[in-house]
Write a protein that binds this ligand. Structure first.
Ligand code: HEC
Length: 150
């Protein structure tokens, strides 16, 4: 019994320490910028194919789309309360004032990127191009409102 109590106490201590560490603003900012950069890395080749700057390659398209769909749902946790400052950030403070709306935009991006990955598995070029536009629109809708001008 004593052992159980002790381990519970230890678990509580560790999770409390972790919760505190998890909301460090600079860590959250670093995290979300990293995820955006990995998304951007994978989005670039799709945009190049869309513009005809690189040859159309459905398999390559699907590979990148799949990664984006995997990353998109991991973004929201990078915006905890208080992470509007603490390191250099392009996130506007409006995000935390309108968190409900920000979440709607994030949900839409998650949905569109999931659809993009699903459509890409089918390999239908016209459908993939159409869904790419929907996904890019979801990036833009959020950036226009919540990302500072570079
Ligand atoms: C729901 C809102 C939202 C969506 C959707 C969104 N972004 Fe962003 N993005 C942001 C915000 C806010 C920042 C600024 C983050 C910061 O500096 O803390 C950002 C930053 C970035 C950055 C710069 C990261 C850095 O180095 O600082 C890139 C690249 C980027 N986004 C690409 C994309 C792409 C590509 C998409 C769509 C495929 C997308 N974003 C969708 C809100 C969004």
């Amino acid at each position: 019994m004593r052992v159980v109590k002790l381990s519970l106490a230890l678990a509580a201590t560790f999770s409390a320490a972790f919760a505190t560490a998890a909301v460090k603003p600079e860590a959250a900012i670093n995290y979300r910028q990293s995820v955006y950069n990995v998304i951007g890395w994978n989005f670039g080749p799709l945009a190049q194919m869309m513009k005809g700057k690189t040859p159309w390659d459905a398999a390559e398209f699907a590979r990148h789309a799949d990664r984006i769909a995997f990353l998109a749902p991991q973004l929201l946790e990078g915006f905890p309360e208080g992470s509007d400052k603490g390191a250099e950030t392009e996130a506007k403070p409006e995000i935390w004032k309108h968190m409900d709306d920000f979440k709607v935009k994030m949900d839409d991006f998650v949905k569109q990127s999931r659809l993009l990955a699903d459509v890409a598995k089918g390999g239908d070029e016209a459908k993939m191009k159409e869904q790419f536009k929907q996904t890019a629109g979801a990036c833009k809708a959020c950036h226009d409102k919540y990302r500072k001008e570079e």
